[in-house]
Design a binder for this molecule. Sequence first.
Ligand code: ADP
Length: 263
Amino acid sequence: IEEQLRQSQKMEAIGQLTGGIAHDFNNILTGIIGSLSVISRRIEQGRFDDLSRFMQAASGSAHRAAGLIQRLLAFARRQSLDVKPLDLNRLVQAMEELLRRTLGEQIDLSTVLAPDLWLASADENQLESALLNLAINARDAMPQGGKLTIETANVRLDQSHPSEHDDLSPGDYLLISVTDTGVGMTPQVKAKAFDPFFTTKPIGQGTGLGLSMIYGFAKQSNGHVRIDSEVGRGTTIRLYLPRIGSQTERDQIDPPAELPLGR
Ligand code: ADP
């Protein structure tokens, strides 16, 4: 039953995905067709003065369409993760400059990196794009500026882990959390935030793919992602990734044999 439920949820997500693409694409094509028809009318009339404005509009729309397809391909390709041992602290440090530039001067970025952090098992490129997406979402949620904190931690979940980790099997995980002091999400937005193409942003600004891709990435990595958010206070996104060679991973291959320790 669980498998069927998962399957039907998958089908629903794919349905939303296709519907969303069709809708976005239609909007973009309408723009391109509009610009092209203005251009051809003006050429017929011999008015060449303002043509480049319409050419630029058409070309801008075409680029948006290309970007949409790029993200769609990345979404489809997430099947083939290139999983390697990852030092999350190093990855965050390597991205700090890029993140600072993306966030702008109004946003105060700080990092809290746990000492003796375990190695995570995840795809580096996917994680980088996840972090960038989270930073962009945080920036959008703080138009007046604010604070963004990226934190790493080791997390050990045993059998008796609290219900908030229902979606994770027991084992060792790396936690990377991104906290902003932005507008926050209403419960309705939070409930839909992972849906492909769900966005509250104006057309052309949001694709609604960021969090759904992060969700897919987390699940593919045998991890999990969760949202804590309060309107007017801010949002924390927590991404759990399995520790390399952790219990959960090993269990899937073979239960570890008891090794007699030599005396
Ligand atoms: P997009 O950013 O393109 O809209 P996402 O899937 O990344 O797509 O996010 C979906 C929606 O979730 C956003 O439109 C926004 O309403 C909400 N959201 C995401 N991140 C945050 C955040 N940090 N603070 C407040 N709302 C957020």
